[in-house]
Structures are given as structure tokens and as C-alpha cells.
Design a protein around this ligand. Sequence first.
Ligand code: ADP
Length: 319
Amino acid sequence: MRRIGVLTSGGDAPGMNAAIRAIVRYGIYHNIEVMGILRGYKGLIENDMKAMDLSSVADIIHRGGTVLGTERSEEFKTEAGLKKALQTLKYRDIHGLVVIGGDGSFRGAEVLSQEGIPTIGIPGTIDNDLAYTEYTLGFNTALNTILDAIGKIRDTSSSHERSNIIEVMGRDCGDLALYAGLAGGAEVVVIPEETVNTDEICEVIMRGKARGKKHSIIILAEGVGSAFDLKDEIKSKIDIEIRCTVLGYIQRGGTPTAYDRLLGSRMGAKAVELLMNNQANLVIGTRGSKIFGQKINEALRMEKEFDIEAYRLTKILSI
Ligand code: ADP
């Protein structure tokens, strides 16, 4: 393995830069050239890349986003697009590829693997929606960003004695909402994995009010619906003041937490190590303190287990 490529694809996530840095430095340390492919699969199709040297990844470990850029590419999903991507890899003499991204990017990595390109995936998404790994890169940072927002909203809502709905990201996965709700002391968490009816939410709010609570915080996962619709539903049943906050893209940015920097560094190094050992067609995951590789097709087939205990605990603790 003399030369490998790295690209970031799909939604960006804090910690991707730490992973890129680790891939470049771990590779160079082991006499492997690393090409940084720009703008995801689009750059691969368009042969847009640069050789990465040690200083190209200086001062990026603490930065959110991705220095390689990321784009979505519909063309890559077509036969013609795939052909161009394979031509680029051949032309550039790239023998292995690391793809940092979410499940969509992994499907692309699987296709490249089937075409004989040794490919390794690193899970980069704030959504934590991949079943095979306990955490994805960026999730921890996004969680802390949400907690920071909850703290600020809590200050103003207790002054005004208001209820608040905070809508958070996560696509179809409720992890950001669930863990932010548990860690942030929310009264109610509304996630795609569990149905909760509006009457229950109203009951929790009114019970809290009767106990003298000055505010209540409802965390809503975007996969369930809009904060404004939920507000209207609640207002149609009880007469209270409610404010909505849609956190949006601030959840995707910011300096990565220590956890995400460590995870990015370890996963990046592991990806190169596996390629060096001629192991490929894997995605990197973490469980406990372990970093491991798992077959891409197996990982993509797995169904995410819902943390019912965390959900129950959130309910109990918000009594
Ligand atoms: P994420 O990786 O964050 O889930 P997307 O689902 O948008 O983001 O996927 C990123 C890119 O991966 C897409 O723009 C496309 O180029 C590629 N991709 C997604 N799904 C497939 C697929 N089934 N086959 C090949 N490539 C895919």
C-alpha cells in the first residue's frame, strides 16, 4: 500500500478534521502517501485532490467542519459516475481509500469495495444513527452544543416562567434528543423511537407547574416533526406560554470535544493500520474503549438498538 486517498462525504461533523490529520500523519509515519480528495465523491469523479504533507494538517485538530470539503454527488450513484471515480483512482495510482461520512457514504464505499478498491469507512455524522458503533464522530460535540443551548434557554425561561420546545437534529434517530434530554434535565423527550401523545406532555407540564416548577423543557427530535406544530397541539389543550427554538446548523459546527478528537484520531489511525494489513471493506466502530473494524455490508444491515433504559430514566428523573 504505497498511496491511499481520504475523502469526507455527506453531512460534515466535528472531529472529521482530527480523523483526516490522523490518517495523513499515521500514513506518512509508515511511508504511505496520502491524497486528500476534495468535496467527497464529487471530487473523486472530477479528479480533484491534493497530496497531503505533514503541515497540510497542522492546526486543524481543534476545528469543526472538514478541511477537505464535502458535497453530495448524485452522479456517483450512476454507472457512468462510478466509472469516472474508478478511472481517477487508477490514474492517481491510489490503492486504498478512507471514506469519512454517514450511512449514505458507506453505501458508496461498499460499491467501491465491490469494484476491488480496498475501502475503509469512518462514521462521521452527528446523528449517531449507525447501529454497529456505539458512537459516531461528531455526536458528542453536537450533544454538548445542545446542552449549552438548553442551559441558556433554561435561564431565560425560568425568569419568564415559560415552557420551551427545543427542536434538535438527528434525522430518524432520537439519540441527540434522548441524551441531551437526559443530560439536560428535560421534562419531556419526544423521539421517533417512542410515541408520546400530547395529553401526556400536557400532563407533565401541568404537574410540574403545580409543584412550583418555573419552566419546562421539551426536547423534540426533528424526525418526529416541527416544534411549531407541537406547540400548536399543546396550546390547543392547555393555556400556557410556550416558546420554540430550532437549533439547526449550530449543532453541526464548533470545536470538537475531547471525546471526538480522541475518537477521530484513533479511528483515523486504525483505518490506515487496517489498509496496511491488507484488511479492507470495513467500517470502523467503537464500543466501550475498543476501536474495531466490521464488514461494511454487515454493519449496514444491522438495526440500531434503542436505549430504552435511558428513555425510562429520563421520564423518572423528570417527575
Ligand atoms: P451521509 O453519508 O451523511 O449519510 P448521504 O446519504 O447524502 O450522506 O450520502 C453521501 C453521498 O454518498 C451521496 O451524495 C452519494 O454520492 C453517496 N451515496 C449515497 N448512497 C449511495 C448508494 N446507495 N450507492 C452509491 N453511493 C451512494
